[in-house]
Design a protein around this ligand. Structure first.
Ligand SMILES: *[C@@H]1O[C@H](CO)[C@@H](O)[C@H](O)[C@H]1NC(C)=O
Ligand SMILES: *[C@@H]1O[C@H](CO)[C@@H](O)[C@H](O)[C@H]1NC(C)=O
Length: 329
């Protein structure tokens, strides 16, 4: 199956009820102006016929290429969002629908939120961390997780994540790699126990920085590669992050966010700017192709039931050279 066809399927949105509460970015506001649902976002592939939806399941294999920009993260979106240094971007994370009523991410998925920036296409060690937030208030009760960026901040704020384009950043094409990490099963390591382990939700947004900035990104990290099994930010018991002594060991009330330190050229603070209305779809529609465990399935529908037409194997291919995205008719 042609990559373009898979991509076309991936940019349409799916009207489905999902059992699990996972998440990805549905839209981006630039200085409060919505750029339109799905625009500029390398949406993850669908992961099965209804009632399943986007492959918004977590990536847990730290060696997988999907750690970079999620499943099909190598496929360009036809739109690239134009920004200037100093612009305030707001990402809209959702699960089922782009609405305030949407649950964004399951209440149990406590963990940090991070944003990286890389030239597009990425090269070795090109992802630079520009924002992060982790555990910011300890829980008071035994086994209470405290306040985390994913649940107490982003979920509580209807899925909104704020980031600001670095001052003076040189013009060019970049990928913003935004990431939520669910640590609710991170007291086990995925390489030892694949049923559990930390859950990563990376999602990439294509931006073109314009203007006459001169600031270049320093060296950063690679995805995959930046995170290691067993490191403190990846192996962590959220229910030990409490003021009260827990019975579980090892137990710590501090949490070290994984990856490098935030680049000194990034803004130390991000603010929530006033947001204009959402433009574009807020719900999703049926789809006819999906990818699960690298198998691409193409189907037609008889009523609501998919009839499989063909399958093929998908292999991500990241070009080392920037190619202009193919616009859609
Ligand atoms: C998403 O929105 C559609 C259309 O309004 C609605 O039918 C559906 O129940 C919503 N899904 C969830 C899980 O809220
Ligand atoms: C971004 O937000 C900051 C803080 O509120 C504000 O000072 C700045 O003017 C905003 N940038 C733009 C381009 O609006």
């Amino acid at each position: 199956m042609k990559a373009q066809a898979i991509f076309a399927a991936a940019v349409a949105l799916a009207n489905v009820e999902l059992v699990q509460a996972h998440t990805f970015i549905w839209g981006v506001w630039v200085n409060g102006v919505d750029q339109g649902t799905g625009r500029g976002i390398r949406a993850p592939a669908y992961n099965g016929p209804p009632p399943r939806g986007y492959a918004n399941s977590p990536v847990k294999d730290l060696t997988s290429i999907d750690m970079r920009c999620n499943v099909l993260g190598d496929k360009q979106n036809p739109y690239t969002i134009k920004v200037q240094p100093g612009d305030n971007l707001t990402f809209d994370w959702h699960h089922n629908n782009r609405t305030k009523a949407d649950d964004v991410i399951d209440y149990s998925h406590h963990g940090p939120a991070l944003v990286y920036l890389s030239p597009d296409p990425p090269t070795e060690n090109s992802f630079v961390k520009i924002w992060e937030k982790g555990l910011y208030e300890l829980g008071a009760e035994p086994f209470s997780p405290g306040k985390w960026a994913t649940t107490a901040d982003i979920k509580a704020n209807n899925g909104l994540m704020n980031v600001r384009i670095p001052a003076g950043l040189k013009a060019g094409h970049y990928l913003v790699r935004a990431e939520l990490i669910g640590l609710h099963e991170a007291d086990a390591s995925y390489d030892k126990n694949p049923i559990r382990g930390a859950q990563f939700y990376p999602n990439c947004v294509q931006i073109e920085v314009v203007g006459d900035g001169t600031v270049e990104l320093p060296a950063g990290v690679s995805f995959p590669g930046a995170y290691k099994y067993g490191e403190p930010g990846v192996l962590h018991d959220v229910y030990c992050s409490t003021k009260t002594t827990s019975l579980k060991v090892p137990c710590t009330t501090t949490y070290q966010i994984p990856g490098p330190t935030v680049w000194s050229g990034a803004w130390p603070e991000t603010t929530q700017v006033e947001l204009g209305p959402v433009t574009g779809a807020i719900t999703a529609t049926l789809w006819s192709s999906w990818i699960s465990k690298s198998v691409v399935t193409l189907a037609t529908y008889v009523g609501n039931s998919p009839q499989v037409v063909a399958t093929s194997t998908y292999q991500a291919s990241w070009s080392a050279k920037y190619a202009a995205p193919t616009p859609v008719a």
